[in-house]
Design a protein around this ligand. Structure first.
Ligand code: BGC
Length: 763
């Protein structure tokens, strides 16, 4: 992890590589490039979206991409899994210019045709094997659709739930984020270093620090010190590189006053030199052109600077293809700059096996057999079961199967809300809804219950804004055709005839994801009105929360009988919801993001610093300490939190030794017992706190976790090994150091309720 020593090791490796004989790949690419014109080389650096985004476009000679291909000015395409389209474009690529096959990318984010829970939901399983398997299935389905490159994993750490893209990542913790990043890379790319026709290349995004957008507003600037960036945000990107990630996508934001897509420190110094990344970097969509808006220069200037900083491929800006020849002629870039980027892209194509067989990923027989299969759907159900966080339960859950259940709410029958943001599946609307899942098990009635928002224009733009952009000629259906009062009255009537109400409310898919920042992260107003009317019936109300971000749930926490946060759970969401509601599955997921009480607490994260005037999290306002007049500091639900239908007891923590030489190791242990009457899974979490250090350190940092299964009454001892790796951090000089002294070692069921002991590290 140490930037300096990694850089030295890398220098030695590079030296050895320089003396080593050239590989088959090097020779192949040397030969190929010797036959390529400058224009063709620059063409390899150009990535375009397929027309109509994911439509089944028919290929004509008038298409802009066809013209570019014929001229050898296109290196890759993204945004479609249409086999026939990709095949035809691949044929044209081979007929044209230097005859180099296209790389074909796609935003495969949480499954492809089989949709898994959104990534934030998957992270709450804390099950890296499960996450790896979702990526494996997604790779199988995508690679059977002509796709050989996925724009995933998204590993941006985020501490601010206003940012809609929090849904795409693994939450607020860099350690967990790093473990998840590796799992995704293994799942998509496979583990043997060879791409067979079921493996696809990953594109780790958004490099870097995109999740640090100021005030949670999408695309906003990031203001972090290098030290905080390295300690709090970078680990997932770095771990992905260690796991062999083949490509990265540079982000929209600036860092230290330089847009990420032209940031040499990020791309060259850190990613390539310090972490040893050897693949290629593509810009985010139109990110090069956006550097003009950042105020750096015209398209020629920003394109030249981006290339020189280490960016290899231009997504949708036409900056490289449009200006690099001129920049070369004017001496603003060198031929070596262009060759370097071109070589990296050709290497990726070579490793994918596209030179050997450009049609490797275009096997139509696979596309009928290997997509959206019963096995994949069964796994989607398992993934959803493990990704639902029980936030509150006063005993109403699990539900009895002989109960009469009123399933109400605008999301109760919304399949696309189950699929969630960034779902490119043709089957989004077929996703099993909460109503369908519940009605298969028990006697269920249904009422829509409410609008989404009281403001019609707002609701229209949230529901249909995306379609208006991507579906030319799209006409939005009418909304608010039935008055809100009538919808509520119908739901209340159904509730009165039932034993229990299941209210399905929250965020539709378009209310989170890209370009979906919110300043008010409560349950949208029209739906909250419904919840209040249901509460007034006196019937027990179980809230099934569909969301892609933490919401402020103060009223709901006080008034609802139970809250099951199901996120956007994917193709099999409704089945998994029923599995958990009726107790066939005991919920085990735990939050990976803090849920604020109040939007004014944001950014809010468990691994914060102490300040010089700390104030206990749960105590009310006091003058001259670090707190708020009108709200306590504690989140409503902390990082790591989640309930089960059983209970677990933790023994006091023990250490194998009270002291550890800095190069030694120590085992921290607890015994966990299932003290309830149902079998269940518990996610045991280990945190540390560096009591004194040469730089300030967070109050708690996750450094280990283990998921254990326990039958009623059973106990298990859970051991965590600690070495200097877990106790190190980037100091003020950006060196990765373990500083001798006292460390608090804490273990518990979440980041709040831990028990600790002290370990002395001796230098
Ligand atoms: C997003 C990326 C995505 C790209 C291509 C951008 O707007 O930020 O996450 O991969 O579009 O669709």
């Amino acid at each position: 992890m140490n930037v300096k020593s990694t850089a030295l090791a890398l220098a030695a490796t590079l030296l050895l590589a320089a003396c080593a004989p050239r590989s088959d790949m090097d020779r192949y690419i040397d030969d190929l490039m010797s036959r390529m014109t400058l224009e063709q080389k620059i063409g390899q650096l150009n990535l375009h979206s397929a027309p109509g985004f994911v439509s089944a476009a028919r290929v004509t000679e008038e298409d802009e991409n066809v013209k570019l291909l014929r001229a050898g000015r296109l290196g890759g395409l993204y945004g479609t899994g249409n086999l026939e389209y990709i095949r035809r474009m691949q044929e044209i690529a081979l007929e044209s210019g230097a005859g180099i096959p296209l790389i074909t990318g796609m935003d495969v984010i949480h499954g492809y045709q089989t949709v898994f829970p959104v990534p934030l939901a998957l992270s709450t399983s804390w099950n890296t094997e499960l996450v790896e398997q979702t990526a494996r299935i997604a790779a199988t389905e995508a690679s059977a659709s002509g796709i050989n490159w996925v724009f995933s994993p998204m590993v941006d750490i985020c501490r601010d739930a206003r940012w809609g893209r929090i849904v795409e990542g693994g939450g607020e913790d860099p350690y967990l984020g790093g473990e998840l990043a590796k799992a995704y890379v293994r799942g998509y790319q496979g583990t043997d270093g060879i791409y067979d026709d079921h493996d696809v290349m990953v594109c780790v995004k958004h490099y870097a620090l995109y999740g640090g957008a100021e005030a949670g507003r999408d695309y906003n600037s990031v203001f972090l010190s290098r030290q905080e960036a390295l300690n709090g945000y970078m680990r997932p990107y770095q771990q992905a590189a260690c796991a062999g990630a083949a490509s990265y996508m540079s982000s929209f934001n600036e860092f230290e006053g330089i847009p990420a897509s032209m940031n040499k420190y990020l791309m060259d110094d850190l990613l390539r030199k310090a972490w040893g990344f050897g693949g290629f970097i593509v810009s985010d969509a139109t990110a090069i052109a956006e550097e003009v808006n950042h105020g750096i220069g015209d398209l020629q200037e920003v394109s030249a600077r981006s290339l020189q900083a280490g960016l290899d491929m231009d997504m949708n800006s036409d900056g490289f293809v449009g200006t690099l020849q001129k920049s070369l002629a004017e001496g603003r870039v060198t031929e070596a700059d262009i060759d370097r980027a071109c070589r990296r892209i050709l290497e990726a194509k070579y490793k994918l096996g596209l030179f050997e067989n450009p049609f490797k990923y275009l096997d139509a027989t696979r596309s009928v057999k290997e997509i959206y299969t019963p096995e994949h759907l069964a796994f989607a159900r398992k993934a959803a079961q493990e990704s639902m966080v029980l936030l509150k339960n006063n005993g109403v859950l699990p539900l009895r199967k002989d109960a009469r259940i009123a399933v109400v709410g605008p999301l109760a029958k919304d399949g696309s809300a189950m699929a969630g943001t960034w779902s490119m599946s043709d089957h989004n609307d077929e996703s099993v809804t909460p109503y369908e899942g519940i009605a298969e098990v028990a006697k269920a009635s249904y009422a829509e219950g409410s609008w989404l928002f009281k403001d019609k224009e707002l609701e229209e733009s949230v529901r249909f804004g995306l379609f208006k952009i991507f579906r030319p000629g799209y006409t939005a259906p009418a909304i608010h055709t039935v008055p809100q009062e009538r919808l509520i009255a119908e739901a209340v009537a159904k509730a009165r005839q039932a034993d229990v109400v299941v209210a399905c409310v929250g965020e539709i898919a378009n209310l989170n994801g890209e370009g979906a920042s919110r300043t008010d992260i409560s349950v949208p107003d029209a739906q909250e009105e419904l919840l209040k009317a249901l509460k007034a019936t006196g019937k027990p109300v179980v809230m099934v929360l569909v969301t892609g971000r933490p919401l402020t749930l103060g009223w709901e926490d006080a008034e609802m009988d139970a809250i099951l946060n199901v996120w956007s759970p994917g193709s099999e969401g409704g089945h998994a919801i029923a599995d958990v509601l009726f107790g066939d599955v005991n919920p085990s997921a735990k939050l990976t993001t803090s849920f604020p009480r109040n939007v004014g607490q944001l950014p809010l994260y468990y691994n914060h610093k102490n300040t010089g005037r700390p104030h206990p999290d749960d105590e009310p306002y006091r003058k001259f300490v670090s707190c708020y007049i009108d709200e306590i500091n504690a989140p409503l639900y902390p990082f790591g939190y989640g309930l089960s239908y059983t209970t677990f007891a933790y023994s006091p923590i023990t250490l194998s030794a009270p002291e550890m030489p800095v190069d030694g190791s120590v085992t921290a242990s607890v015994t966990v017992t299932n003290t309830g009457s149902r079998a269940g899974d518990e996610i045991v979490q280990l945190y540390i706190h560096d009591v004194f250090a040469t730089s300030t350190r967070p109050v708690k940092e996750l450094k280990g976790f283990r998921k254990v299964h326990l039958d009623p009454g059973a106990s298990v001892r859970v051991d965590f090994t600690l070495t200097k790796e877990e106790l190190s951090y980037y100091n003020h000089g950006l060196q990765w150091v373990c500083e001798p002294g006292d460390f608090e070692i804490m273990i518990g069921p979440n980041s709040r309720d831990t028990d600790g002991t002290v370990l002395r590290v001796i230098g």
